[in-house]
Write a protein that binds this ligand. Sequence first.
Ligand code: ZN
Length: 368
Amino acid sequence: MLQREKLESLLAVNLYKGINPKSWHGAARAILEDEFIPKNRPLKAIWDPQEEDYKIDSSMREGRPHTSPDGQCAICLGNTTAILMENGTTDTPFINLNLFPMRYPEGTLVETYKGFKAPVDYIVGGSFLQWHTTEHKEIHQLTYEQYLNNLLQLAEFENCLGERIDFNGLSYQAFVDIFKNVGKNAGRSIPHGHHQFQFSNIRSPKIRRDIESLLDAGEAFIDYTENINKNLKVLEYDRAIAYSLYKSSVPFEIVVSPKQSVERIKDMDNDTLRDLAMAIVDVSRGLYHLMPEERLNFAYNACFHTGLGIGKMYVRFKPKSQIYAGSEELDVHILQKSPQTCADMFRQKLPLIKGMHPDEYKLEPEMA
Ligand SMILES: [Zn+2]
């Protein structure tokens, strides 16, 4: 656990420098004045007109610390960057700077070839981390209240950063990407649970495709698939719902969404956030039980699909439940377990999920 004293000292780093980190301008200054982050900045980006996505060269990330030399958690030891935000409680979630950023305030040049035009000439922004709590825990080990505190803090942080980013005399609309990696097989580098938070002038291609499909169909995909989803429901609260995804590309792919058509975390009322938090914790616990029983390592990515124009935000859980083979590389997905079977299996786990105390969950479940 990160001790309060150490947390306070990490929080004070910005105060010494006269930085108000609760704004994009202040957060950017904190990144640029950090001792190490400027050395780890992304080097360049390439716009791929065939895939319509970005390939960011961030070679320094190869040197990321996976564990401290003595095997102890670097975050619990307080060997981390300055803290921008915390809420004063003993088990507070807290936001700090990503030591190996994917977005950078001084801009990363986007290279293009053959006259193809990228959406932006420079990717500008910042990479942040939100640690779920000072305790050494992942989402499935948190109480609903603790995870709700995470969502409330994310909403506050989004509000503080604002809607625009200025760079090179231009003013860009700002976009937010939030995702997380649980389990080594899903790209987790530090086992102290956290969300990654990217603030920048680029809209991630998957979010752009959400918006395009909404424009084609006239409504968000979670809404226009309502009839299919009825049979695929895995759990429901008054204001949030979770489905086994009808177009899953791997087994146990699950989407969680508010019932109300809200597009960003900061636009949600507290009751909706509470129900969303409970559904996210439950889904994580469901995967904790189901994956080892299927002889799979517990590992998933969860991506928040949010932003203006998306129609209705959702969180997409993609477990590492099936290897991508050649067919999948060609974007033809051969699914080894149907979404209906996965929904049925998940629902059977609900009494167990509801019956267990958060403290009974370990960081890594054992294989059955
Ligand atoms: Zn830790």
